[in-house]
Structures are given as structure tokens and as C-alpha cells.
Design a protein around this ligand. Structure first.
Ligand SMILES: [Zn+2]
Length: 1043
């Protein structure tokens, strides 16, 4: 049946088939040119411009003016609503009829007041199907609305996608018409394209490198010339071209049969199985504001629902409870359709978290709340529990995540971001990830290294070939659908996958779900390897520092909500009539969790998002502050005597600033019991602080624990731990040394600091105001100085020493106006150790201080939470901070990263005035024994002033017998009045037994998981001493206390 002669000219045969389906060449006579049949203009097209994102109800009432195709509208971030009236000719009976719409921006079609489909050229969605097969009974005249956002899938970056948005971009509609769509032509095109792609599969020896992936596929050397199967595909395609007359539909079935013959040749049983899952990664805010994300969800998901109606096997995975919550409020009709398809198992909520949060910066408790809010939402709205954590696009993963996942009923984890490593190739795709405490989760990195594949042959082949666990794992995920800015899958992607489900020579592919994939992987996991500790991303390390106000907002609000919950529980524990503000606290937590999204807290977002995020932090500060004040008021019986509240689980003996008397604020040394309160009673320290200006202009400060000498330029000449008689500052060096670096990354400006920035270190020594005494000593001594840093910036600092306090604080104000510079502060210390310790969620991790291997030097900039420490046996130095995350310890220099000056995607990132505090703490013994952890908590959770009745005696609600165990959280149990959840963790890395004592009237105590589900097999025994618990190193234990 084949035509002859077919000469051995592979190149011309292949290009002939390509030209036959080309949308550029020969469309006058090729198959592509026949995709659309007759067309007809709309009856009318009119438009209305809105600055705000308004509802359909509001928009449809507006006055629409005639719009001419091709004319412009805008600018950026506005919305243009179009009113479309159309009449389908009766002569199109039996045809498939589309509204063909090509415009800039992202659009949503509304019909009868409901959103029905998204339209985006970038997302390859330019048709709205009016009828699959026009019948006389169907309405032929219609009015539709098209809501067009003046932004693309990736916002409106000026020049490049990640540049700051162009505020003046204008948009247009290029095509708006009715067309007859030739479905059979579409099917043939897909057959031919798939065959051509099969021909072009490269042999394994030519696996492309990462760099090559950016080059287009072309040139005969790229073709799979050694593959028999490739030639079979080539000849099938060639013969289809011979058989098919684009102008004679009667020739199509014969051509299609040829394709079916090829695709129908079955695979062997040993083939790797690709689990295809539709997906649509929607960044909750990034190059567009939160508000636009709501519409992105609407557009992407309604389109997905349309695909589900036509493709009953199509499965779509969808994460982030917050986005579902938005759709529920803004598009209730769509939300109930989603609920319907969730029930059918096609629309699959995944991940279990409120948003896809950053994997490094949120506190341990925040991470728990991500799951708590997420899983509760999914359970309430869909009656299901996510079994996998889903975080494909985050910049590294804390070593504490496996335990947190397991505590939230999750044993599986999917991501792919480590494929972005700049230095080392991560060795596994499917493996067990073991966390800090030994918890293990089954982890899968889709080997195609993407969460937005297009269902093409190349995607499938890449998935199989890249798999680094060949022979160990015979199943992999391939996530398909436009992503990042939304969009999602298309019918074409589904059609491609459908053709090659089981085709000899190609990977097997099946539509699947995370549950199916992980069940298969787990069932056959005997040969899988284990990776212990953090999954560090060797890229985007600037995100620990960029947008310092967001970082500060996060840290402060985490502390504020912690304190508010503790105070509310104590108030309720003392007085059962106290109204626990659970709704308000949930609302505030959700705002905080929202800002932890993986392009917001890392600072990799545009200025509009920063503004929104900072506003949300203001909301939390205001409303959370009011909740705390109300609870403290109740707790102190609304008395007026000056009292102080300690939310932390240990007694504190600190100097605080009080409201004072007529003379204004004053200082007081107070002693407050753990999780409790006391009146402010003046006590005097055994050793007051002394501050002495020395002959050479340096200042000596001493408090009986520490003695430090501050140079005229604010650096520390000496820092001595008096009892141990140990100098902390390295010989010939100065502590508190500000240093500036050039900070020009290769591309990802807000994201990346590159290793070579270390070569540009410049100490900052230009003194504006030499050191002078600010406070003369007594309860508190301090000195103040100012430096000029960089070209246009300055630092003013107060170096503070308090009586009884084992660390020196640096209250810092920076006026920052640099461009592509990185400000850090260094403490070269007299400590020698191959490893430094960094606080992470519910624990700490060690990282090397040397650069032996590529894995070591790739971690030239790392993250920590409230402290880092460098210790040798019996002595060490800790660096504490109240809102910083970037840091490093190289050799013996401890560095805290302070401010960056990236220009994209926010051209004004970090410009302005910043306030932050860090502290240095030399200590004897280990950091555990020296209470570094407690000191870092104290720095971050200030004692809070409150009113008490004058007869108040010091009162402690909770205390813990072991110094290793931190009582982190006290909150009301979700949805259970009269029950508290308390969460404790082992912080030293030791196995211990600890007793939790309480003054609250606890009747029952149960061990529960992080979702607060009580374990009926584990009642906790309450004795007169309290509840006794045992801990493994870094174990998190939650208790349900019933009052
Ligand atoms: Zn993302």
C-alpha cells in the first residue's frame, strides 16, 4: 500500500511532514491551513474599562462603547470588559462552532452570569466552543462577556519577565470572530505532530545537558537516526502525507488509520510507567498581585472543569487551600462544580497546606499551621485528607519537614526544585527523605524536572531517561499544563498523551493521581536510597535576605500571634467566661500563612505584592495586638498596677523598659515566672553595668558577665567572657565589622547571590559619628555611633549591655539607598570547629565551616532562624537576631546577612529605613548548656507590659522540668472550646524525660498529632507533678489538654 519510491533521504521526508502541519509555511495548501472552515464576524463588540477588579454583576451594568478589533486598551493592571453579541448561521448545522478570540492579557468568558472558560494566547487557549455539533434547537443568538485583565500570564515585566512591571503597557484584541472548527483536521494534525516528535527523539547518548535545553531543537545531528522505531514513525508520517488531501475530508480516515496502526503497537511489560497528572502551578502572588491570582484561579480552573466534562479520565492535581478559599468566595458556582469533580476523583486537591509556602523561613509552628489550616479546609470542603506534601517550586526544604509531614498524616512528598542546583546534581529522583528526628517520607522528584510539561513525546522520554533510580523505581510523575502564572492543561495535551498510552518504543503513560503513583512507588521501595537532613537548594540564596521588611513582619507576627494565643489560653484557664477569639486568630494566622507563600516571604515578588504583604503584617500587628491586650487585660483582672507578662516557658530575669512615671519611660529589672506574670518590682542587679570612656576614645562596657571594648568606629576590639576568662574576638580582628559586597547575580536578581560576590568584600569604616556614651550604665549601658556605608547609605547603631544579660545587643538603624550591594556584619571569633550550628524549625542543624567538597562550598550562604553558633569544646560564640535569616560561618568568621539591593522584580526593593537587632553571645560549655536557645527566644519574644491588680502574686501557668524541652505553643484546640493544645519539642538533640506542670485545672491529657487528632491509645498520665513525657532528639510532642 505504500507509495514508491521512498528514497533514503531522511531529512527531506521529515521536513516534508513538518511543513505539512506547519502554521507558518504553506498554509495555503497544507493540512494546518484547513483547521478552521468558514468564519463570520460578531454582530457587535463593545467594551468598558475598569481600574478595579470588579464583579460580573457590577461590570454587566456598565455602559459599553463600541470596540474595533486592533484598537488598544489598558494600561497595565486595568481590566477591559467586552460585551459580545453573535449569531451563528443556521447553515452551520452539524458543525463544531467556536468563538475564536486572540487578545493580549488573560481573559475569562462569562455566559449567563457565570464564568465558563479562560482564554489566553500564551496558554494556547484561543477558542471558546459554542457548539460541538450545531443543532437547530440550540440558541443561535448569544450575548457573552469577556473579562480581559491587562496583564499576561507572567505579569507585565518591562523587557524581561522578571523585570519590574511596565506600568504603561497597552493591550489589544487581534481577532474576535465565529469560526467552523474542523475536528478531524485537528486529530490528524495531532497524529502527525506526535509521529514527527517520535522521529525526533534523540538517542540516549545525546541526552541534552541543562545548558542545551535552552537551545531550540533543530539540525539533522539532533535526530534519532539510530532508532528503528524512529524510522517507522517517519515512514508512517510520510505515507500519511501521501494519502491525505487537505481539501478532501474523505481522505482523512485512511491517513488516521495509518497513525492508529503505529500507536497501537504495544509496549513490553518492563517499560517504565509515566504517571501523567494535569497541573497548573499558580503562584499565589509573584509578578502580579494577590488579587489577580484570584482571577487566575478562576480562569485556569473553570477551563480545567470544561476539559473534565469532555475527558472523563482526565485527572488534575491542585494545591493551596487559600486558592480554593478564594474561588469559593469569588466564584461560588465554579466552586460547586469543583466539589463535584473532586468527588469523582478527577479534581484532586493535594499538598495539605494553606499555601505552597517557603520551605526554609517559616517557623516550625508556622509550618504546622500551614498544614493545620490546609488539611482542615480540605476536610471541611471536600471531606478528604491530603496524603502527600506538594511543594514543587520552593527554594530548599528544612530538615524538620519530614517530621512535620508525618505529624500531619502525610508520608509522601513531591518536589522538583533541586534540579535547579547550580553546583551539584542531586543523586536521586525517588528516595526516602529522613528528617532531623529520623522521620522518613517517601519522596519523588519528577525526573522531567518540570511541573509544566506539555504532554509531548520529549517530556515522556526525558522523564524516563533522567530517572536516577533506574531499576529501583519503575514509576514517575509527569505534571502537564501551563504553570507559574496559571493556564493549566489543554485538550491538545490530553490528545497527545492519549495517543501514546501504550506504544512500542515509547514510555508507557497513564493518567494517574499522586495516590496511585506513591502507592506504586511504596509497594516496590526495597531498593530506594535514603537522604538524611536538609534538601538545600544551591541557588536563590539571596532570598534569605531580600525584602527585609517582609522578613521582619513575618518574625514579629509569628511572635505576636504566639503571645496572643498564650495570653488568651491563660485568660480562659483562669476565667471560663473569657471569650477565646478563635475566629479572629484564625483570620490573622491565615494572613501570616499567606505571606509565607514561596515568592512573597523570599522577597522574589513585585512591589505591588510587597505593599500588600506589608499591609497584611500591619493588620496582624494591629488586630493581634488588640487580641493580646484584651487577653492580658482579662488575665490581670483589669487592674492598673504595672505588671509584666512572660509567654516563654522559663523564668526570666531581665531589664525592661516600663511605662515609667511622669518622667517618661524608665528601666526596671524584673523577674517573671515561666508562662506567667508578675508585678514590676524594682530590684537591683548584683553587678550594675559600667561604661567607661578610655583615654584612646574607645569605650569599655562591663556587666559582670561580659566585658567589651567598643572602638571609635563601632567595631568591637574585645569581647571577653569574664568568668571563663576567654576572649571571643579573633586575634588582630574586630567584631561587629560591617562589610559590603558587590551583588550582581547572573539573572535572578532578587533571588540569587552568587559565590563570586565573596571576592568583592569591602569593610565599611567611614565614621560619621564616632562612638559616644548613650546610657551611662546601671541597669543598662550603651554607646552609639554612625557609619557611612556604601555610596549613599548609613548605619546608626546603639550597642547595648544590660545588667544580668549574657549577650551584647546591637540596635541597628540603616538608611539604605544602594544598588546591587549586599551589607553584612562579621564577627571573627576565637573558635575553631569544622561545623557551625544553625537554628531551624523545632531544632538545629549543623553545616560545615570549610569548603572541602563542592557540596560544602555550594553552601556559601545559608539560612537560620533566631541564632547560629560556633563552638569548640567548652567555649563558643552565638549570634542571635530578631528578624534576619541569611547567614554563614566560614572558618572562624560568623556573618549575618543584613540587606540586599536587588532591582528586579521590584525596582525599589529594600530602599529606605530599616530597624533590626542582633546580638553576640560568647559562652562557656556547649550552646545547649549555655542556654543560647533560650536567649534567642528572649530576644525575639519581649516581655510584655500589662496591667495587674495590686495584690497580684507571681503566677506561672506552665513550666517544664527539662531545659532541653521547649514548650513552644499553647492554643485552644481547633473547634473545641475548653480544650487546649500544647506543643513541646526537644531542642538540644537529646533523649530526655520531662514533666510539664500546669496551674490550670486540667482534667484529661492526651497525646495528639499536629492536626490535633487525639490518639485514643495514648492518654498522658497526669500526676500531682504534671504530665511526664519522653522525647527523642528533636521530637515534637503535642498534647490535648481538656479543662
Ligand atoms: Zn511557584
Amino acid at each position: 500500500m505504500y507509495h514508491q519510491p521512498v528514497l533514503k533521504n531522511r531529512r527531506t521526508l521529515l521536513e516534508r511532514a513538518e511543513k505539512f502541519v506547519s502554521d507558518v509555511y504553506f498554509t495555503d495548501c497544507n493540512l494546518r491551513g484547513r483547521l478552521y472552515g468558514d468564519s463570520r464576524p460578531l454582530d457587535s463588540l463593545s467594551s468598558f474599562l475598569s481600574l478595579e477588579r470588579i464583579t460580573f454583576a457590577e461590570a454587566s451594568k456598565q455602559n459599553f462603547e463600541p470596540y474595533k478589533v486592533g484598537s488598544t486598551f489598558g494600561p497595565t493592571w486595568w481590566t477591559c470588559w467586552f460585551k459580545v453579541t453573535l449569531t451563528v448561521p443556521e447553515s452551520w448545522r452539524g458543525k463544531e462552532v467556536h468563538l475564536r478570540w486572540e487578545s493580549d492579557g488573560e481573559a475569562m468568558v462569562w455566559r449567563d452570569g457565570q464564568p465558563v472558560q479562560g482564554l489566553t494566547k500564551e496558554g494556547e487557549k484561543t477558542s471558546y466552543i459554542l457548539s460541538d455539533c450545531l443543532e437547530d434547537a440550540e440558541p443561535h443568538s448569544l450575548t457573552l462577556y469577556v473579562e480581559t485583565a491587562c496583564n499576561g500570564l507572567f505579569g507585565a515585566g518591562q523587557g524581561s519577565a522578571i523585570a519590574a512591571p511596565d506600568p504603561d503597557r497597552m493591550f489589544s484584541v487581534q481577532r474576535a470572530e465565529l469560526v467552523v472548527f474542523n475536528r478531524e483536521v485537528r486529530e490528524l494534525l495531532t497524529d502527525l505532530e506526535t509521529l514527527v516528535d517520535t522521529v525526533k527523539v534523540r538517542p540516549p547518548a545525546r541526552l541534552r545537558t541543562r545548558a542545551e535545553c535552552w537551545r531550540p531543537l533543530c539540525g539533522p545531528q539532533e535526530l534519532g537516526e539510530g532508532e528503528q522505531r524512529g524510522f517507522q514513525a517517519l515512514f508512517a508520517a510520510n505515507e500519511m502525507v501521501n494519502l491525505c488531501d487537505p481539501f478532501d475530508a474523505g481522505s482523512f480516515p485512511g491517513a488516521r488509520a495509518l497513525a492508529r496502526g503505529f500507536f497501537g503497537q504495544k509496549n513490553g511489560q518492563s517499560q517504565h510507567t509515566v504517571h501523567a497528572m494535569g497541573h497548573c502551578h499558580i503562584d499565589t502572588a509573584w509578578l502580579w498581585p494577590y488579587e489577580e491570582t484570584i482571577r487566575k484561579c478562576g480562569r485556569s480552573w473553570v477551563t480545567t472543569i470544561r476539559l473534565m466534562e469532555k475527558n472523563p479520565d482526565f485527572v488534575f492535581t491542585c494545591s493551596q487551600a487559600q486558592q480554593f478559599q478564594w474561588v469559593k468566595s469569588w466564584y461560588p458556582g465554579l466552586f460547586s462544580q469543583i466539589q463535584h469533580f473532586v468527588k469523582k476523583g478527577q479534581f484532586v486537591p493535594v499538598g495539605g497546606t494553606w499555601v505552597e509556602m517557603d520551605g526554609n523561613l517559616p517557623s516550625g509552628e508556622s509550618m504546622v499551621r500551614q498544614f493545620l489550616q490546609g488539611q482542615r479546609f480540605f476536610s471541611q470542603e471536600f471531606g478528604l485528607h491530603c496524603k502527600e506534601f506538594w511543594l514543587p517550586d520552593t527554594f530548599g526544604y528544612s530538615a524538620q519537614l519530614p517530621q512535620i509531614m508525618q505529624g500531619c498524616g502525610i508520608s509522601n512528598f513531591l518536589t522538583q526544585k533541586l534540579s535547579w542546583n547550580l553546583v551539584n546534581t542531586f543523586p536521586h529522583n525517588t528516595f526516602f527523605w529522613e528528617g532531623l528526628d529520623g522521620s522518613r517520607v517517601l519522596t519523588h522528584f519528577p525526573p522531567g524536572n518540570s511541573y509544566e510539561m506539555k504532554g509531548k513525546i520529549e517530556d515522556l522520554v526525558k522523564t524516563v531517561r533522567n530517572n536516577k533510580d533506574k531499576g529501583r523505581a519503575n514509576h514517575s510523575a509527569a505534571l502537564f499544563g501551563f504553570g507559574d502564572g496559571g493556564g493549566g492543561p489543554t485538550q491538545l495535551m490530553l490528545d497527545r498523551l492519549d495517543r501514546v498510552k501504550d506504544t512500542d518504543g515509547l514510555p508507557k503513560v497513564q493518567m494517574s493521581s499522586p495516590d496511585k503513583l506513591f502507592s506504586q512507588l511504596r509497594a516496590d521501595s526495597a531498593l530506594l536510597c535514603t537522604w538524611a537532613g536538609e534538601l538545600f537548594l544551591e541557588l536563590h540564596n539571596g532570598t534569605y535576605t531580600t525584602q527585609a521588611q517582609i522578613k521582619r513582619g513575618n518574625r514579629e507576627c509569628e511572635a505576636l500571634l504566639h503571645d496572643a494565643e498564650v495570653a488568651c489560653c491563660l485568660a480562659l484557664g483562669r476565667d471560663r467566661t473569657f471569650q477565646y477569639p478563635d475566629q479572629k486568630l484564625q483570620e490573622l494566622w491565615r494572613l501570616l500563612l499567606l505571606n509565607q507563600f514561596h515568592d512573597v516571604i523570599p522577597g522574589s515578588c513585585i512591589e505591588m505584592v510587597v505593599d500588600d504583604a506589608l499591609k497584611y503584617y500591619e493588620d496582624i500587628r494591629r488586630d493581634g495586638g488588640a487580641v493580646l491586650q484584651e487577653a492580658c487585660g482579662a488575665l490581670g483582672s483589669r487592674g492598673t498596677a504595672a505588671g509584666v507578662f512572660n509567654s516563654l516557658p522559663w523564668e526570666r530575669h531581665e531589664v525592661i523598659q516600663t511605662a515609667g512615671g511622669a518622667g517618661g519611660p524608665a528601666l526596671a529589672l524584673v523577674r517573671v515566672p515561666s508562662v506567667g506574670l508578675s508585678l514590676i518590682e524594682e530590684t537591683q542587679p548584683a553587678t550594675p553595668v559600667s561604661v567607661t570612656v578610655q583615654a584612646d576614645g574607645t569605650v569599655l562596657m562591663e556587666n559582670g558577665i561580659l566585658r567589651t571594648v567598643v572602638n571609635k568606629d563601632g567595631t568591637l576590639a574585645s569581647l571577653c567572657l569574664i568568668d571563663a576568662n576567654r576572649e571571643a574576638i579573633s586575634d588582630g580582628c574586630h567584631g561587629n565589622q560591617f562589610v559590603m559586597f558587590d551583588d550582581v547575580p547572573l539573572y535572578w536578581d532578587a533571588w540569587d547571590v552568587m559565590d563570586y560576590h565573596l571576592q568583592t568584600r569591602k569593610p565599611q569604616q567611614e565614621v560619621v559619628q564616632p562612638v559616644c556614651v548613650a546610657r551611662p550604665g546601671g541597669l543598662r549601658g550603651s554607646v552609639r555611633f554612625s557609619l557611612r556605608v556604601g555610596e549613599r547609605s548609613s548605619v546608626t547603631q546603639e550597642v547595648v549591655m544590660d545588667a544580668t544579660c549574657p549577650y551584647v545587643r546591637f540596635h541597628t538603624e540603616v538608611t539604605w539607598a544602594e544598588s546591587h550591594k549586599f551589607l553584612k556584619v562579621e564577627f571573627p571569633v576565637r573558635v575553631h570547629s569544622p561545623n557551625a550550628t544553625y537554628e531551624i524549625q523545632f531544632g538545629h542543624a549543623q553545616r560545615p565551616t570549610h569548603m572541602n567538597t563542592s557540596w560544602d562550598w555550594a553552601r556559601f550562604e545559608v539560612w537560620a532562624h533566631k541564632w547560629s553558633d560556633l563552638s569548640e569544646h567548652n567555649f563558643g560564640v552565638a549570634l542571635l537576631n530578631d528578624c534576619k535569616y541569611g547567614c554563614s560561618v566560614r572558618k572562624n568568621t560568623m556573618t549575618l546577612s543584613l540587606l540586599r539591593a536587588a532591582k528586579a522584580p521590584d525596582a525599589n526593593a529594600d530602599m529606605g529605613t530599616h530597624h533590626f537587632t542582633y546580638a553576640v553571645m560568647p559562652h562557656a560549655g556547649s550552646f545547649q548548656d549555655a542556654a543560647v536557645i533560650r536567649c534567642a527566644y528572649n530576644l525575639n519574644f519581649p516581655l510584655r507590659l500589662m496591667g495587674c491588680s495590686p495584690d497580684t502574686v507571681p503566677w506561672s501557668a506552665f513550666s517544664v522540668s527539662s531545659e532541653a524541652v521547649v514548650l513552644e505553643t499553647i492554643k485552644q484546640a481547633e473547634g473545641r472550646k475548653g480544650a487546649f493544645v500544647v506543643r513541646l519539642y526537644e531542642s538540644h538533640g537529646s533523649s530526655v524525660t520531662a514533666t510539664l506542670s500546669t496551674r490550670l485545672p486540667v482534667k484529661e491529657a492526651w497525646i495528639c498529632d499536629l492536626l490535633e487528632k487525639q490518639d485514643p491509645t495514648q492518654p498522658a498520665l497526669i500526676t500531682t507533678g504534671g504530665v511526664t513525657l519522653t522525647f527523642r532528639p528533636f521530637q515534637i510532642v503535642s498534647l490535648l489538654l481538656i479543662l
